[in-house]
Design a protein. Structure first.
Length: 245
């Protein structure tokens, strides 16, 4: 469902994403992990059609994101790290506004809203203004905007950012409940998120993909069987030549 073929993105002299290739299939939750500045957001922005690759291709359901941006956007739910929310609007009204902007109406709109509100646990804040909601709720509002059109592919950029521990647990349950028939790619620099949720991890560092697989398999391949994700990550960073700029 998600296919990236040697995608590169440069900003002037800087190569933010460097010849990265991977796939994410239906019924998979894949964690995209790497430190700040590794290139995670840049990759997710390319998949969501907001920026174009400098070289290579990104495909959603075999559709090139550059050539078919509208068809791609219909198939994806994208939670950006910095989704703008209309602060003065009440939550329910805001979600309704987003659903209409996505082209939903009638029953599809009501169903989409009800499902997104339920999945994101937004019932308690529907009548509040967005600006009155806590960071955790605002993040959930952002997630609801990504879900309202029931997309088969979810691209979530640091979805647990700003959550307290209870919200993290609730969110992980939500994501697991969304896995069926969907492909989910989420970025994080929190190793616990990845260990709790992912079927597979993509490890990115300085724009380069250093590992793609289950943590156990990556550990075995690295010659450190039984190692956890943190140790695998440190090993891969140490043993990979520095990226050329
Ligand atoms: P991550 O999400 O993993 O923290 P990003 O994809 O945001 O990483 O950034 C990767 C690199 O690209 C960083 O060095 C960042 O400073 C740079 N970068 C990101 N966006 C831009 C931009 N619009 N212009 C210039 N450099 C950028
Ligand atoms: Mg980022």
């Amino acid at each position: 469902m998600i296919k990236v073929e040697s995608a590169t993105r440069r900003y002037g002299q800087l190569t933010a994403v460097d010849r990265v290739s991977f796939e994410v299939n239906k019924n998979e939750i894949v964690g995209f992990v790497g430190p700040n500045g590794a290139g995670k957001s840049t990759m997710l922005k390319m998949l969501s059609t907001f920026i174009h690759p400098t070289e290579g291709r990104v495909l959603i359901d075999d559709l090139d994101a550059v050539e078919h941006p509208l068809a791609v956007r219909r198939r994806i739910g994208y939670l950006a790290g910095d989704t703008p929310l209309y602060q003065e609007m009440r939550v329910e009204k805001f979600l309704r506004f987003i659903a209409r902007a996505r082209g939903l109406e009638g029953e599809a709109l009501e169903d989409g809203l009800a499902t997104a509100i339920d999945l994101c646990g937004l019932a308690p804040v529907l009548k509040q203004r967005v600006k009155e909601c806590s960071t955790g709720f605002r993040q959930r509002i952002g997630l609801a905007t990504a879900l309202v059109h029931d997309p088969p592919i979810l691209l979530l950029d640091e979805p647990t950012h700003g959550f307290d521990p209870m919200q993290v647990i609730a969110f992980r349950d939500t994501l697991r409940s969304l896995r069926d028939d969907r492909a989910i790619l989420f970025s994080t620099h929190i190793i616990g998120d990845v260990e709790a949720l992912s079927d597979r991890v993509l490890i990115i560092h300085h724009g380069r993909l250093l590992g793609d697989g289950r943590v156990e398999d990556l550990a075995r391949e690295a010659g450190i069987p039984g190692a956890d994700l943190e140790e695998v990550f440190a090993h891969l960073v140490r043993t990979t030549a520095p990226a050329h700029v």
